[in-house]
Design a protein around this ligand. Structure first.
Ligand SMILES: C[S@@+](CC[C@H](N)C(=O)[O-])C[C@H]1O[C@@H](n2cnc3c(N)ncnc32)[C@H](O)[C@@H]1O
Length: 387
């Protein structure tokens, strides 16, 4: 065999992974960061493996492999992670470069970014688009690669993991993980949603983003830590109704345990107020008031409007009410009066003051009281007119 100094000579991590490759690989295999080709060869020797694509970012490595490895099942490609990869695989194997650059080893085959886990993070962010629904990922990494960061990335990409092996070698622990798509992810993909990524956690819901019919969407499912019952179903029911009145982001999918709606790319209300000018702010606040008055008229309580920091997003100067989990019918809905409360807070008065919008707090308080007792159109107009 000819040698090449950019080729990673198999070490403990390679042989540990190889053992599991021999056990778990099947179907079409992608060996990412193939190096000497050790994993690709182990996979190709298996009867239940039909094809192996061995990829590496380094041209020299690919040249070396093409010259030295002759196996009909294996094809080689130079690719920075998935850049030149097409199609889907049943097994994806990865022995990534995982050491932090801070160790100053200056070696591309083993350094995985400044902190060590960046290449793994990039890999996990994309891998689902190349993995069949029941496919598996076999990956090795070290305790020098912040394990909790790797696991966070696994979780954020809706994968689940099993630790197959852990070995202490000199100054580090080496782990081999088997990863699979979580059932929830498989269900989303089944509906044509791809690129699913964790976005945020609320008290009651977990929020993900995804691509559906080439558009970015938000997906909400129950936060497993929440004891609240039926919130997702409630939100889907109300969103469907309120969409007809031009309220809320457009509901796209409603399924068991989750709903998906158009992703609103904009700013939460405080950020918006801080960065917008006087006339835009006035128009936006009026628009919000109108939406809230419509809800009041229909005896629908949105709740949380006295503190709507994460409940209103403004996109292209259009305000969207979001989060309809707690919406309910009420004889005395408080949407308008709660929003008045919000505008009367010192924080808001200060922000608006900087934009030359003066809120007469005592007058607004008086108008809100009148409206509370008699929520008529004319009483509402007086409130909206204060801005
Ligand atoms: C630790 S070695 C593993 C080699 C071999 N698979 C093994 O198990 O011994 C990591 C390999 O990943 C390759 N690599 C590094 N960054 C990469 C990237 N962004 N995309 C693809 N391969 C990469 C390196 O060139 C190197 O060959």
């Amino acid at each position: 065999m000819s040698s090449c100094k950019s080729v990673y000579e198999p070490r403990e991590d390679s042989t540990m992974l190889e053992t599991w490759v021999k056990k778990h690989t099947f179907g079409k295999v992608l060996d990412m960061g193939t190096g000497s080709g050790i994993q690709a060869i182990a996979a190709a020797h298996k009867q239940n493996v039909s094809f192996v694509l061995a990829a590496d970012a380094q041209k020299g490595v690919i040249g070396y492999c093409k010259k030295n490895i002759k196996n009909r099942k294996i094809k080689f490609v130079q690719s920075d992670l998935f850049k030149n990869i097409k199609g889907k695989f049943d097994t994806i194997v990865f022995n990534p470069p995982y050491l932090p650059q801070e160790l100053k080893l200056k070696d591309l085959t083993i350094e995985g970014g400044k902190r060590g886990y960046e290449v793994i993070e990039r890999f996990l962010d994309d891998v689902n688009n190349f993995l069949n629904p029941n496919g598996v990922i076999l990956m090795v990494f070290s305790s020098l690669t912040k394990k909790e960061k790797v696991e966070e990335s696994v979780k954020n990409n809706l994968l689940e993991f099993e630790e197959l092996e852990k070995q202490h070698v000199f100054f580090e622990d080496i782990y081999v993980y088997l990863l699979r798509k979580r059932e929830f992810l498989r269900r989303l993909e089944n509906r044509g949603i791809v690129n699913v990524k964790y976005l945020a956690k609320g008290h009651r819901g977990l929020l993900f983003t995804g691509l559906y019919k080439s558009k970015k969407i938000a997906i909400k499912t129950k936060n497993p830590q929440s004891t609240a019952v039926g919130r997702i179903e409630n939100e889907a029911k109300w969103l469907e109704r309120l969409n007809k009145l031009g309220i809320g982001p457009k509901l796209l999918i409603q399924d068991k345990g989750y709903l998906a709606y158009e992703y609103i790319d904009g700013d939460f209300i405080i950020d918006y107020l801080k960065k917008s000018n006087n006339s835009k702010i006035k128009k936006t606040i009026k628009n919000i008031f109108n939406q809230l008055f419509n809800l009041d008229k229909l005896k629908i309580d949105k709740e949380e409007m006295h503190h709507p920091l994460k409940h209103i997003i403004i996109s292209k100067n259009k305000p969207y009410l979001i989060d309809f989990e707690r919406v309910r019918h009420s004889q005395n809905p408080k949407n308008v009066t709660q929003f008045c409360q919000f505008l009367m807070s010192w924080h808001l008065i200060n922000i608006l003051d900087k934009k030359n919008i003066k809120i007469d707090k005592s007058r607004l308080m008086m108008l809100a009281k009148i409206y509370k007792n008699s929520p008529t159109q004319s009483n509402f107009k007086k409130i909206a007119g204060i801005i």
